[in-house]
Design a protein around this ligand. Structure first.
Ligand code: UDP
Ligand code: MG
Length: 323
């Protein structure tokens, strides 16, 4: 029987733990004659009783595996840790708050059985999201589509998706430490399709995302998929060099005319203009040099962040019955 891993990051999800397992149990029961399941719950340094509750849940659910991180690392690292520990033939990361409805898991699996290696769960609606989140998300995905070139980062696909074992192995093999799953999976490629769903309200508890964490996610996503921002100063430098060059040229012509015809253009050919032009020219040259350096720094930065993205304290498996 094929094994399906459900990876769920949990940070202070005390009120969600019982609700989550109730809903997931239902899905697993419905599919239990065809598939085996494991739930990999990653406790991301919760300060409430999430871990205790998970340990309690594990007593009656031997398919629950608990990955306890050494501290709070964040959503993305928690998912990465869970995916690394997961053993399934297919792996499905899912939020604990049930904003990603587990009811579409059978549809995800079906597409996988049809031969797709990646089945994205795309949010059709964001009715429940705030205006700020809606607009920033839209900007982010538009930007990603523009800059990521050959990598097609699908809009409105978060963590929720099914990945085949091959895809998970390839993602785990990627050498970078700063992981952004929604960029890595399209980077890895393979036959991909999607299932559409309505994003629901959080069932209980509250969001851990604020503007700063969304901004960080966006920066990491951009940095990990493109070097194009590093080339912007270069474009700017060329433009400025062009403008100041042209300006100096005009000034030179005026100077010649002025020398010939001493009265007419004296006011236009003011020394202040020369000063501004010189500043522009020097500024452009400095930018040009900086731009070249920035390209190297950007490349090096991508490679040099050698720290682990998460640290696992312990993987707690259910106790096997002794026989
Ligand atoms: N989460 C986590 N570590 C964190 C923050 C969040 O593991 O530092 C988990 C959280 O428990 C939830 C998921 O990541 O399962 C998504 O978080 P949340 O619902 O707060 O994000 P939102 O849906 O508002 O984007
Ligand atoms: Mg949520």
């Amino acid at each position: 029987m094929k094994l399906i891993s459900i990876v769920v990051p949990m940070y202070n999800e005390e009120p969600m733990v019982p609700i989550f397992f109730e809903r997931i149990d239902q899905i697993i029961d419905d599919l239990s004659h065809q598939y085996m399941f494991e739930i990999v719950a990653v406790n991301d340094g919760s300060k409430d009783k999430t871990l205790e509750l998970l340990l309690e849940v594990q007593k009656s659910r031997p398919h629950l595996r608990i990955v306890n991180l050494s501290r709070n690392f964040g959503h993305e690292p928690a998912v990465a840790a869970g995916i690394k520990v997961a053993k399934g033939d297919a792996v499905i990361p899912l939020d604990a708050d049930l904003q990603d409805p587990p009811e579409i898991i059978p549809a995800l699996i079906e597409k996988w059985e049809d031969g797709y290696e990646v089945v994205n769960a795309r949010r059709a609606t964001r009715k429940e999201d705030t205006y700020l989140k809606k607009t920033t998300a839209k900007m982010f995905y538009n930007f990603m589509t523009k800059v990521s070139g050959k990598i097609k980062v699908p809009a409105n696909v978060g963590h929720y998706r099914l990945m085949s074992r091959r895809v998970v192995d390839e993602v785990n093999k990627l050498p970078e430490k700063t992981r952004v799953l929604r960029v890595e999976v399209p980077y890895v490629g393979f036959k991909t399709t999607e299932v559409v769903f309505d994003r629901k309200k959080r069932e209980a508890g509250k969001t851990h995302y604020n503007f700063k964490s969304m901004f960080d996610l966006a920066i990491n996503a951009i940095i990990s998929s493109t070097l194009s921002p590093v080339y912007w100063p270069l474009t700017l430098a060329f433009t400025m060099t062009g403008i100041s060059g042209l300006s100096l040229f005009i000034q030179f012509i005026l100077f010649i005319i002025n020398a010939a015809n001493n009265t007419l253009l004296t006011r236009v050919n003011h020394p202040l203009w020369l000063t501004i032009n010189m500043i522009l020219l020097i500024g452009s040259l400095i930018l040009l040099v900086l731009a070249v350096i920035a390209i190297y720094v950007g490349k090096t930065f991508n490679e040099s962040q050698g720290r682990p993205f998460y640290i696992i304290d312990e993987v707690i498996e259910a106790k096997k019955e002794e026989d």
